[in-house]
Design a protein around this ligand. Structure first.
Ligand SMILES: C[S@@+](CC[C@H](N)C(=O)[O-])C[C@H]1O[C@@H](n2cnc3c(N)ncnc32)[C@H](O)[C@@H]1O
Length: 276
C-alpha cells in the first residue's frame, strides 16, 4: 500500500538545510534533492510531524533528536558480500597486487554497520593478507559505526549472506567466521583486530592517510554531481599512484575530472587503478 507523502517546497527545504548547517555543521546541500526530500517526507509521516517547520524546531532544540534524524535520513542499507561478483573481481584483479606489498592500508568510506568491512576482512584472511592489513572504516553516522564495532548481526541475515559468500568465491563457510548465540551472529574478533572505526564526513573532512585500496560503494549515488566530484578528488588525494579505487555498481569515474588519472580494472564492477 502506498504510504502518505508530504510535499516539501524548495524554500523550506533550503531553510532546513541552512539551519542544520549553522547549528550542527552538517552540509546536506550537495545531496540529491529528490531523494532527500522523499526521506524527510517519510520521516515527517512516521514521526507524526505536520510540517517541516515543526521538524526544524525539534532539531534545533535537541541535539539527540538531530542524531536520530540523521540516522533516519542517511540510507544505511548494506549486507555482507553485497554484489558478490564485485568480491570475485577484487580477489582476482586486485588482491594479487596487494599481496606484493609488505603492508596494506584500506579505507572503507561510508561503511555503514560494517558488513562490507567484515566481508573484505574475510576475503583478505583467505588470501593470507589480513594480518598485514589495516582497515580504516568510516561513516558520517556514529550510531552505525557503533554496530560495526560490535560486529554482532541478526542470525536471520546469515542465510542470505552465506549465499553471497559462496557466490563471491568464498573458500570455506561463512559460519567459520562467527559464532551464533541465541538469535545473533557474533563476528570472529580476529577479523576486526586491525579495524579502526571513526566518524568521517566526506562532505567536509579531508584526507587523513594514503591507501592502497579505497572502497566507497553505494554512497556517491546519494550525492549531486558537484559533490561527487569533490569526494572523488578527496579519494584521488588519498591514493598513491597504483592505488585502487572501488565504487558501487551504479557509480562511476566516467565523465569525472579525475577519470584521466585512472585505468579501468573492471568496468562492470567499477574497480579502478590510479596510473598517474
Ligand atoms: C547505502 S550505505 C552503503 C554501505 C556500504 N558501503 C555498502 O555498499 O553496502 C551508505 C552509507 O553512506 C553513509 N554516508 C552518507 N553520507 C555520508 C558522508 N557525507 N560521509 C560519510 N558517509 C556518508 C551513510 O551513513 C551510510 O552508512
Amino acid at each position: 500500500m502506498e504510504m502518505g507523502f508530504i510535499e516539501i517546497g524548495d524554500e523550506e527545504y533550503q531553510d532546513l538545510l541552512m539551519a542544520i548547517l549553522q547549528q550542527y555543521s552538517y552540509d546536506f546541500s550537495g545531496y540529491s534533492k529528490a531523494s532527500m526530500k522523499r526521506r524527510i517526507s517519510r520521516f515527517l509521516i512516521n514521526k507524526n510531524l505536520g510540517t517541516l517547520r515543526e521538524l526544524k524546531l525539534r532539531i534545533l532544540a535537541d541535539a539527540d533528536y538531530f542524531d536520530f534524524f540523521l540516522e533516519e535520513v542517511t540510507v544505511n542499507v548494506t549486507e555482507m558480500f553485497r554484489d558478490p561478483s564485485f568480491y570475485l573481481s577484487l580477489r582476482k584483479n586486485v588482491v594479487p597486487y596487494l599481496k606484493t606489498y609488505p603492508f596494506v592500508r584500506i579505507w572503507d568510506a561510508g561503511c555503514s554497520t560494517g558488513e562490507e568491512a567484515y566481508s573484505l576482512a574475510m576475503l583478505f584472511k583467505e588470501e593470507a593478507i589480513l594480518a598485514r592489513s589495516r582497515f580504516y572504516a568510516t561513516d558520517i553516522n556514529g550510531k552505525v559505526l557503533q554496530t560495526a564495532k560490535e560486529g554482532i548481526y541478526p542470525i536471520s541475515c546469515m542465510k542470505e549472506y552465506s549465499r553471497n559468500y559462496i557466490k563471491a568465491g568464498g573458500l570455506y563457510s561463512l559460519s567459520d567466521y562467527y559464532h551464533a548465540r541465541y538469535n545473533r551472529a557474533i563476528m570472529d574478533s580476529e577479523l576486526s583486530k586491525n579495524f579502526l572505526f571513526s566518524v568521517h564526513n566526506l562532505v567536509h573532512d579531508g584526507s587523513f592517510n594514503e591507501f592502497n585500496l579505497i572502497v566507497c560503494r553505494n554512497v556517491l549515488i546519494y550525492f549531486q554531481k558537484e559533490l561527487q566530484e569533490k569526494v572523488l578528488e578527496l579519494f584521488m588525494d588519498s591514493l598513491p599512484v597504483f592505488g585502487f579505487l572501488a565504487l558501487g555498481n551504479k557509480e562511476s569515474l566516467r565523465f569525472s575530472k579525475i577519470e584521466k588519472y585512472f585505468q579501468v580494472i573492471d568496468h562492470k564492477e567499477k574497480i579502478y587503478r590510479r596510473i598517474n
